[in-house]
Design a protein around this ligand. Structure first.
Ligand SMILES: [Zn+2]
Length: 376
């Protein structure tokens, strides 16, 4: 990977962190404001409850003064009644006294009602005060946390900015301009290439462009989104890993002029590789020991196609991939080379893996195995 690309990737990370920190710093006061608004609501409720208590107190005092005035009047009427000359005058005063007494009784009821209400009002005030106290403590805690967080963010922000400046100083100017121009409009200025595509815009790259990015020798820009492209070999390895360990097995052709087989037992010899080859009107058979490659027995030649000529060797055997012509077989003499044995063994392992995968995937249906049936 080019050093400029490596620096751009680090720069992109620093830019991302800077954006995240700036957003977080901007978000914290909004949270505090929201709690403060709630607090203001509780404060208003408390003030309302306190104002109601005050109004009730004032009303009670007013009623008490009314009662006191009425009592004064009654006392005055009583004094006057001692000095009246006529019965009518006396009756009139008595009537005034009765009227004032009624009014006193009504006002006293009102005072009593206010006194009963005062208990409820008192409870309201106390509840609002308790709530305010809890909320105030809460907001202080939140504010403290926000302050702490902001300070921490500011510190990190300064670090990331320093890192960014340092990285910028080490990147080619034109490249940096390209990166920042695209970053401004698209939110990112550099994109990975995977599966022949620009990961950011998902547009397929031309073969030449892809190869240029892959080689990591030059700066390549996505034709479609203008981002600077880079290739991460580690990502490709991860993607290809399953196929590396288990490549898809080629299936041998039924009508091939030559066929390799594996048999777990062959007379007294144990595991063998058998190769059957058509040769005009005849066919031949070579048998090799799986482990040593030693040629076992004589080379058999029979009349006809090998399927007809050697059915007993084919039945129950595992068909393998392998193609070494007659000349090569002759050149091996009495021992197949190690490289051939390894290739056949690797193919046998794959065939076995394939077989077990199929049996586990299709347990309900009879597994199709690479084991051949005798030609009829
Ligand atoms: Zn693109």
């Amino acid at each position: 990977m080019l050093p400029d690309i490596e620096n751009l990737l680090r720069l992109q990370e620093a830019d991302k962190q800077i954006r995240r920190l700036q957003d977080e710093i901007a978000e914290l006061p909004k949270r505090v404001t929201a709690i403060e608004q709630k607090l203001a609501g509780t404060k208003a409720q408390l003030e309302k409850a306190q104002a109601a208590v005050k109004a009730d107190d004032a009303a009670k005092r007013k009623h008490e003064s009314t009662i006191s005035d009425l009592r004064g009047k009654i006392s005055k009427y009583r004094d006057q009644s001692l000095e009246v000359k006529t019965n009518e005058q006396y009756k009139a005063l008595l009537h005034e006294i009765q009227f004032a007494e009624k009014e006193i009784a009504a006002t006293e009821d009102k005072v009593l009602e206010l006194m009963v209400n005062a208990d409820a009002r008192d409870k309201e005030v106390k509840a609002a005060q308790a709530e305010l106290k809890a909320e105030t403590a809460e907001i202080e805690r939140e504010k403290e946390q926000a302050r702490h967080r902001t300070a921490e963010d500011q510190k990190q922000l300064a670090e990331q900015r320093g890192k960014r400046d340092q990285l910028r100083a080490n990147i080619n100017e034109d490249l940096l301009r390209q990166y920042e121009r695209v970053l401004k409009f698209r939110g990112s200025g550099i994109s990975e290439v995977r599966d022949h595509k620009c990961v950011a815009c998902q547009v397929m790259l031309r073969a030449q462009t892809y190869n240029d990015v892959r080689s990591g020798q030059q700066i390549v820009i996505c034709d479609s989104c203008q981002r600077i492209l880079y290739f991460n070999p580690a990502e490709e390895l991860v993607e290809q890993k399953p196929t590396v360990t288990r490549p898809k097995r080629h299936h041998p052709k039924i009508d091939a002029p030559q066929a390799w087989y594996y048999r777990p037992e062959f007379g007294d010899a144990g595991e063998v590789f058998i190769v059957l080859t058509n040769n005009g009107a005849q066919s031949s058979r070579h048998v090799y020991d799986v482990h040593t490659g030693r040629l076992i027995g004589d080379i058999l030649i029979r009349e006809g196609d090998y399927r007809q000529a050697f059915p007993e060797d084919i039945t129950g055997a595992t068909r393998l991939n392998g193609a070494w012509d007659e000349e090569e077989l002759e050149a091996w003499g009495t021992e197949a080379p190690m490289i051939v044995l390894d290739a056949l063994q690797a193919d046998l392992d794959l065939a076995r893996h394939e077989m077990s995968a199929r049996t586990s995937a299709k347990r309900e249906t009879p597994a199709v195995t690479p084991t051949e049936q005798a030609a009829s």
